[in-house]
Design a binder for this molecule. Sequence first.
Ligand SMILES: C[S@@+](CC[C@H](N)C(=O)[O-])C[C@H]1O[C@@H](n2cnc3c(N)ncnc32)[C@H](O)[C@@H]1O
Length: 314
Amino acid sequence: MEAPPDIARVRCARDARTAPNGIMSTEEHISRSTHWDDAVAGYEEYLETLSRQFADEAITMVGGVGPQTCVLDVAAGTGALSIAAARAGARVLATDISPAMVRRLAERLAMFPGCSAKAMDGQRLETPDDAFDAAFCFFGIFIFPDWRLGLRELFRAVRRGGHGCVLTTRDTLGAGQNLILFEALRAAFPGRSLPAMPEALTLLSEPKSFEAEMRRAGFADVEIRAVERTWSVPSLDSFAANLDRIYSSYAPYVDLEPIQRDALKPVLVAYARKHVAPSGAIEIPTVGLLAVGRKVERTDVSESDRPDRPSGQV
Ligand SMILES: C[S@@+](CC[C@H](N)C(=O)[O-])C[C@H]1O[C@@H](n2cnc3c(N)ncnc32)[C@H](O)[C@@H]1O
């Protein structure tokens, strides 16, 4: 299943802008809003389905949400968490760096009173301090170039007594669909360096360091819960027919030259075949790590739990 060497050696546009060893730096690239702008429909159809499965557990962990609750969703994507919270009656502000994601969020939230969407960088939230009962960030923090700043911003936005909730994956390569993408990339281009994964994905995939980072951002009473859910596509045929949509938000896929992508596709389908369930669907388990912390009164925070905030920041 190896691609011909000339294909493996083709340097894609992205490689040309990165280190000579071909290792792509990740956070800045993944966080680029235009990259996500092109991925809205594919994301909603094939990837939001996984995030959605974590929403009920996350909402339970923050103590529930309802008509009296103000919820902030950071890096909201197409609204997995936002829609679940809005359905429960909460007033939701859904934010994302991608204007196209925000347009879709606004469309979907329009039917829920008190809910809205706004373009915002999760590292510089345009929200007041202490404003939300609960602030969530699903599969987002680890792709911010300054992810610790993102965590501190989440903390800043939460009111005293409120909760912050962050979802990452237990696997350092990310969610199920990413695992087979990396397997296929390795097999298709054996000589080629794989993209480096964001530093935070490694740190936040370990419950102990995840908890430490939540505390460092200011949260107390931190609870980390590992929750297994399943990423799925209805059939191998639909997987094969929709690869460009499924992986439209994945830099290691999108940044390949067309000739490389064509070489990768059959390899990817071969790896997906290993996950065909008796129903015919592709099912890949994904363990999410949900971290929930509380923002306590200042007097309750011990010195070691104090947020580490750059000087000058509110
Ligand atoms: C993997 S998706 C997660 C979406 C959603 N939370 C979910 O779980 O379905 C990551 C999202 O982060 C957004 N994003 C990337 N960098 C960001 C930043 N610096 N600030 C805010 N959002 C960002 C992207 O536009 C994308 O919608």
